[in-house]
Design a protein around this ligand. Structure first.
Ligand code: HBI
Length: 362
């Protein structure tokens, strides 16, 4: 166990912690916070006002929220609203940096990357999405060149979208395993979990399960109503099988009874937390071989990887799902995706940064 460190996490500026606006990064921050504190580290968190942190205290910073980056194009210029919470968060970090051994950025925004060289306390960046814009790619590339070792990502695939070789530490993700109960004897249905939005490809899961004649349970936030309407027009039973956006406890009660989870992403998922939620219940994952799920699924053991966008490939995998081992699924979650395993990966990364701050050449 390395010596305890004093760590300051600066959260995403797109929304208060706990609002859900930050998506996966909120869960990541909460998990890493709990895991590192359990290992004896001091962890401070600064986030937009209205944030709350389960089991901890957060410094709330005021200011205008940042527009989300994942709906912008590659040429989008850097945006900073007036009185920006992003600017205020990093003013706070700069002012208090002397109280910490390391500052950890969780914002997918230009400013923190640009400011890295102006801080005395080392700043490490956990990058939460793949390459989205030229401005962000440039800022990330600058840090990779000036401060090797300061970049973290969920998966190798996500990191490779920046074309920076092995500049990233690959940290994966985690879930609170005790919230997921193993099930050895599922029913007939398959599950599909996720935001109901075009980039998640729900139509392929509906088509494949119709061909395979197996029921499909649909869970997740109904984010794009017109897209959902088009799906319901094309698949009349879709609405009957939609169970809504459930809290973890109820979600896993449905998920654990399923024979498999179908993941049909149209984009490079940085990770795919729903995959490890399924594994934790003993549910094998059938996923397009793209993005995070391609690094999580062990073909033939904890699921199957399918040629991206191939509905026949999904149907073929559904026919072979019983070759997978539900106990192996739970074991993989326990070995790789527990809060402790994640905290140890982050701790090793931080040790390397703190003991090698790598100042730029004068
Ligand atoms: N957009 N500008 C901006 N900044 C973020 O930190 C950000 C975002 N969009 C989505 C997002 N973070 C998180 O949901 C990621 O985990 C995907």
């Amino acid at each position: 166990m390395p010596s305890p460190h004093r760590l300051l996490f600066i959260s995403t500026p797109v929304g208060p912690l706990g609002s859900g606006l930050g998506g996966g990064v909120e869960l990541t921050l909460l998990n890493v916070y709990q895991g590192l504190r359990a290992r004896g580290h001091q962890v401070g968190v600064a986030a937009p006002e209205g944030s709350n942190l389960v089991g901890g205290s957060v410094v709330e910073v005021s200011g205008q929220l940042q527009p989300t980056a994942h709906t912008q194009g590659r040429k989008t210029p850097v945006i900073l609203p007036g009185d920006s919470v992003l600017g205020n968060l990093w003013r706070y970090a700069h002012k208090h940096q002397g109280q910490f051994d390391l500052i950890v950025n969780l914002a997918y925004d230009w400013l923190p990357f640009y400011l890295t060289e102006f801080f005395d306390t080392p700043v490490a960046h956990f990058v939460t999405m793949g390459s989205l814009s030229e401005a962000m790619d440039e800022a990330i590339r600058q840090v990779a060149q000036q401060f090797p070792g300061r970049l973290g990502a969920y998966t190798r695939t996500q990191a490779e979208t920046f074309g920076l070789g092995d500049a990233f530490e690959v940290l994966g993700s985690a879930i609170a395993l005790e919230q997921y109960e193993f099930c050895a004897t599922p029913g007939d249905a398959l599950a599909w979990l996720g935001r109901i939005s075009p980039e998640k490809g729900l139509e392929d899961a509906l088509e494949a399960t119709a061909i395979a004649q197996v029921p499909l349970k649909i869970l997740g936030k109904l984010e794009d109503a017109s897209y959902w309407q088009r799906l319901c027009d094309r698949f009349p039973h879709a609405a009957d099988n939609y169970l809504g956006f459930l809290p973890t406890h109820e979600l896993q009660q449905v998920l654990r009874q399923c024979r498999a989870l179908l993941m049909t992403p149209r984009w490079v998922e940085a990770f795919g937390n729903v995959a490890i939620e399924a594994l934790a219940c003993g549910v094998p994952v059938i996923a397009y071989a793209r993005g995070g799920p391609a690094e999580i699924v062990r073909p033939g053991v904890t699921g199957w990887l399918v040629k991206p966008d191939s509905v026949p490939g999904l149907v073929e995998a559904i026919g072979r799902i019983d070759q997978c081992d539900r106990h192996a699924c739970r074991r993989q979650a326990e070995t790789d995706y527990s809060l402790e395993a994640l905290a140890i990966r982050f701790e090793q990364w931080f040790e390397a940064v703190i003991h090698n701050p790598a100042r730029p050449e004068p």
